[in-house]
Design a protein around this ligand. Structure first.
Ligand SMILES: *[C@@H]1O[C@H](CO)[C@@H](O)[C@H](O)[C@H]1NC(C)=O
Ligand SMILES: *[C@@H]1O[C@H](CO)[C@@H](O)[C@H](O)[C@H]1NC(C)=O
Ligand SMILES: *[C@@H]1O[C@H](CO)[C@@H](O)[C@H](O)[C@H]1NC(C)=O
Ligand SMILES: *[C@@H]1O[C@H](CO)[C@@H](O)[C@H](O)[C@H]1NC(C)=O
Ligand SMILES: [Cu+2]
Length: 587
């Protein structure tokens, strides 16, 4: 096989990997910029496991997903970025060419990265950022997982600017419980959208004047598309033309699995299709005992699969992602909170739908969006935890080895007067160029307080985390490296031994909402050596420090070492203009 990448790829650890590729792969005829699956390819059940290889070029450009042109960051010129789609048991290799003039890194949201912790993609924890103008290869196993996941940049706030995409691990026919439950599937990526690049928004957000109010999105997108009323664009001189809605072409009397991914930076959404029920079958990769609902609330970072049956009257229908505006700090005059897609039944023509939303009785006038679902404006919460149970039951994790209470709060810094997020009175501030995983190689390492490290040294320890959010708004918390059990979620305070818990076959997922003025309790088993971030998935809150990290099984992790080419990322150090506290502020 030709060795056409930089020399490290041809050496060391990766030599074994490439050997595996050359044995099992037929992919090297693919051109470096194309993914191995065509976008609308039918399921590829070529023998698994295989190493599936993806070539990505990351660039900075402009795009108008809703008709309003703005600067964006893209992978292979696409928004959302190219989908990764593999089968249970496969390996994934992503060869990244960073053609930006700033560093970057990528996280594989939903995968446990078991055995490959240095590819989890969090600078300052698992790696140093990929320097501008260089290439880096992520190569990892999928831990026998299946389900609807996603990938996104994890350096600074780059994912808000466009570096996101779907990552689907298809189950195998012999293990898929829903094999006969649906006929076809579609991916639905929902996102909030800003008309300005993150840089200027951050400058405002990280100033005392913001009072901690996050930037409010201007629009939302379904699969990278939506319309926007150009007469309300701000600033008024932004180039604006008619945008388009996402279209879903459905055949009558068929069952479609919709894999819904919420890649928002801030706003939660309520997802529904007019006049259709949704059968929920998956949450964050966990297959569920199916339940029927009218709509599904999806918080940032979360995923659901629903089956929708096209058994209604032959016409077209609105797909709605209603933004929870009351969960946002402020509404702006030009925010369009109801994001619409069009579901077209075959035979019903191309007419714009006239269907009614459950929560807006009146018809939707042409060119006019419906008001926000009032059921949602009060609650920015997950689907009722007690309704969702895994299809494959697992007992609650016990007995507890650790129980950690984490109090969430926002406070104004006495010195710079900026409002920041705190977990147990620590606001995270790690140096991207000094990753914990490398520091852990030194047995007697002492971490800085603001790295907010919590060590778990006992293999198999059962860790409980109680999020106490008695003073604030909702926060969807994501734990890397694990699928956790959600054992309680509710309003007010959690009292150990008193508050009822969800003790029988609790939901397992990787992103759970901590409700406004409420609590969420999760448990996981420490059986995966690595450095795992625990953070709010409202991307703005990551910037203001609502982040901490577990160093799980430090001894075992140390023994695993760090692959040479990952270590090399740290050789160059931060580029000029990078400040540890604020990163790259706009020029
Ligand atoms: C990165 O990869 C691309 C595409 O494979 C290649 O053209 C380029 O020369 C590589 N750059 C470096 C710095 O190795
Ligand atoms: C939010 O609203 C308040 C009160 O109307 C205003 O003072 C503040 O500037 C707004 N913040 C943002 C980020 O828009
Ligand atoms: C996506 O997550 C954001 C942030 O938590 C939330 O406001 C929004 O409602 C979610 N979208 C959907 C479709 O649930
Ligand atoms: C390991 O950490 C200790 C404590 O911070 C420090 O004194 C020592 O120099 C470090 N050793 C190496 C090899 O860096
Ligand atoms: Cu948050």
């Amino acid at each position: 096989m030709k060795c056409w990448h930089s020399t490290w790829l041809c050496q060391g650890l990766l030599a074994t990997l490439l050997w595996t590729i050359s044995l099992h792969s037929t992919l090297f005829t693919a051109s470096p910029s194309s993914s191995i699956f065509a976008e609308a390819a039918p399921p590829d059940f070529t023998p698994t496991p295989r190493n599936r290889i993806f070539f990505w070029k990351v660039t900075s450009t402009t795009l108008a997903p809703d008709g309003v042109t703005r600067p964006v960051l893209l992978v292979n010129d696409k928004y959302p970025g190219p989908k990764i789609e593999v089968n249970r048991g496969d390996y994934i290799t992503v060869i990244i060419e960073n053609a930006l003039d700033v560093p970057t890194s990528f996280h594989w949201h939903g995968l446990t990265m078991r055995g490959d912790p240095w590819y989890d993609g969090v600078p300052g924890m698992n790696q140093c950022p990929i320097p501008a103008g260089t290439n880096f290869t992520y190569a990892f196993g999928t831990d026998n997982m299946a389900g609807t996941h996603w990938w996104h940049a994890h350096f600074e706030n780059q994912y808000i600017d466009g570096l996101v995409g779907a990552m689907i691990i298809r189950d195998l026919p012999e293990t898929d419980p829903f094999l006969h439950a649906y006929d076809e599937e579609r991916i639905v990526i929902i996102s909030d959208w800003y008309h300005q690049a993150t840089g200027p928004l951050l400058t405002q957000y990280l100033s005392p004047a913001s009072n901690g109010f996050e930037p409010v999105p201007n629009n939302g997108l379904i699969n990278g598309k939506h319309t926007f009323d150009c007469s309300t664009v701000q600033p008024t001189d932004l180039p604006c033309k008619q945008g388009e809605r996402a279209l879903f072409h459905f055949l009558p009397n068929r069952r479609y699995r919709l894999r819904i991914i919420n890649s928002s930076a801030a706003a939660p959404f309520m997802f529904s299709i007019d006049e259709h029920q949704l059968q929920v079958i998956e949450a964050d990769g966990t297959d569920l005992n199916p339940i029927m609902v009218d709509s599904v609330p999806i918080n940032a970072g979360q995923r659901y699969s629903v089956i929708v049956t096209t058994n209604q009257e032959l016409k077209n229908y609105w797909m709605r992602a209603e933004m929870g505006t009351s969960c946002l700090p402020n509404t702006t005059t030009n925010l369009n909170p109801v994001i619409l897609g069009e579901v077209r039944y075959r035979g019903a023509g191309k007419a714009e739908p006239t269907s009614k939303g459950r929560f807006n009785p009146g018809p939707v006038a042409k060119g006019e969006d419906a008001p926000v679902n009032p059921a949602f404006t009060d609650a920015c919460e997950d689907l009722d935890l007690y309704m969702l149970h895994p299809l494959k039951p697992e007992p609650i994790l016990e007995p507890l080895t650790h129980s950690v209470q984490i109090k969430l709060s926002f406070k104004r810094d006495a010195h710079d007067k900026v409002v920041r997020g705190y977990m147990n009175d620590i606001t995270y501030s790690g140096d991207p160029w000094r990753p914990t995983i490398a520091q852990n190689l030194n047995e007697s390492v002492i971490y800085e307080v603001d790295q907010h490290v919590m060590k778990i040294e006992k293999p198999g320890a059962i860790v409980q985390i109680i999020f106490d959010n008695s003073g604030g708004g909702e926060h969807p918390f994501h734990l890397h490296g694990h699928v956790f059990q959600v054992i309680a979620q509710g309003d007010g305070r959690y009292v150990e031994g008193k508050t009822p818990i969800n003790a029988v076959n609790p939901l397992r997922r990787d992103t759970a909402t901590v409700p406004q003025n409420g609590f969420t309790v999760i448990r996981f088993k420490a059986d995966n050596p690595g450095v795992w971030a625990l953070h709010c998935h409202i991307e703005w809150h990551v910037t203001t420090g609502l982040v901490m990290q577990f160093v799980e099984l430090p001894k075992e992790l140390r023994a695993m070492g760090i692959p040479k080419h990952v270590g090399r990322l740290c050789e160059t150090g931060p580029p000029k203009g990078f400040k540890p506290d604020t990163g790259f502020m706009p020029k």
